[in-house]
Design a protein around this ligand. Sequence first.
Ligand SMILES: Nc1ncnc2c1ncn2[C@@H]1O[C@H](COP(=O)(O)OP(=O)(O)OP(=O)(O)O)[C@@H](O)[C@H]1O
Ligand SMILES: [Mg+2]
Length: 479
Amino acid sequence: MNRILIVDDNESIHADFRKVLVGGSVDKLRDVEMELFGAEAMGPAPRTGGDYRLDDAFQGREAIEMVDRAAAEGDPYSLVFMDVRMPPGIDGIQAAAEIWRRRPETEIVICSAHSDYSWSEMLDQIGASDKLQFVRKPFDMVSIQQLALSLTKKWELGRQTTATIQRLEVEVHQRETAESQLRALNEDLESRIEARTHEIQQKNSALEDALGHLREAQEHLVAGEKMAALGGLVAGIAHEINTPVGIGVTATSHLQQKTGNLIQLYQEKTMKKSDLQQFLKTAQEATHMILTNLNRASELIHSFKQVAVDQSSEKRRNFRIKEYLDEVLLSLRPHLKKKPIAVAVNCDEELCLDSFPGAFGQIISNLTMNAALHAFADGQNGKITIEIRGEGNGVVLIFEDNGSGIPEKNLKKIFDPFFTTKRGEGGSGLGLHIVYNIVTQTLGGTIQCESATGAFTRFTLRLPFSPQPGGPHGRTQPF
Ligand SMILES: Nc1ncnc2c1ncn2[C@@H]1O[C@H](COP(=O)(O)OP(=O)(O)OP(=O)(O)O)[C@@H](O)[C@H]1O
Ligand SMILES: [Mg+2]
């Protein structure tokens, strides 16, 4: 409900305003008029149009104080009806100017009699304002009501607009604050990402360096390993060849000495028949020994050459595994003749490898010869089973004998060069080493051995259909 302040030094004016704006006695007056003139002549009853709370001030100063108080209580006046002359205090024009200085939104209606200031004098004093209205005394009842209605509405709308603007300003401020926080957050994030990226880049390059060093170290290690293996092999070769060559040298020098002796006897013409017979016997024995040992040395050298498997020395081609396997086994038959060993092959006829058939044959040959030599005693019945099947991008080859087996302690040494349990009986310990090199390097596969003494020895080989030259196992030289 709007508050209206009536400022006038004349008390009866206050009563008039009350009648006009709040009703009550106005209605009573109207009832009397209606009785006198009839309802039709009176027309419809004037409507106050609003509910107001009226307060009264009788002096300008008092009005200013009341305006202040109402504002302080949060219940300000929306409209002030202000008389002009109010002796002995300040006049209404001054009071209005003062009220606007404090509460510029207050609507003020200056109520003046003809004897008061002229309009222009009053405007000069107060200044032009859209909050200002003038009414002449004596009042017209309806125009006071209309003024009160429209000015209090205007004041309310003004207040609502101000409140809306304030709310909007707060919202804009909040949004601006949020935006600037977001911007700050974004900038912070960007700088953190930049810092992190920089850090990661540094770590990356450190890692790359480390990887480079690791590769170098690895290359050195591999080279070192190769040299060590080569050194070991050379020492082994020297040791193995030393025996037959040494025997050959001894036999040769013995023959040389005996030949010298015979020549001397012949030149001195003291040579007897028995001397010649003795010499011939010695010569026969010595040449036999020399030949045997040279053959042994030659065999060894042949084996050593195979250690250095060179895949470029053999043509790569597509071959049927079963067919080739049968050929190799046929060529080995003379070696197996002495022992009753049955060989069973289980392999799909169509299974092929795009690989090195010679190297493949060498593996089968070495494994078969080993089984014949180590697994079975002379005259013992034995069985060799060779099973080959395709799996993934290659084949799995299982070579198994049901012979003596390999003791646990030997199992991890069998692929080492020169490991043999038949030293001095024709074994040089290179057979499985050669197999290992061929499988892992030439054929690009893997080999494993399992065994149980007195039961079986099983070699499991995994060979790719097509070995990758230069791949993980694609080294052309084993050492
Ligand atoms: N099928 C097998 N059964 C039992 N032992 C075996 C079998 N195959 C290999 N061995 C053992 O592994 C050792 C190493 O075999 P490897 O073929 O390397 O050498 P070797 O046969 O003794 O000599 P080489 O093959 O050089 O003539 C053999 O001496 C033997 O003790
Ligand atoms: Mg062997």
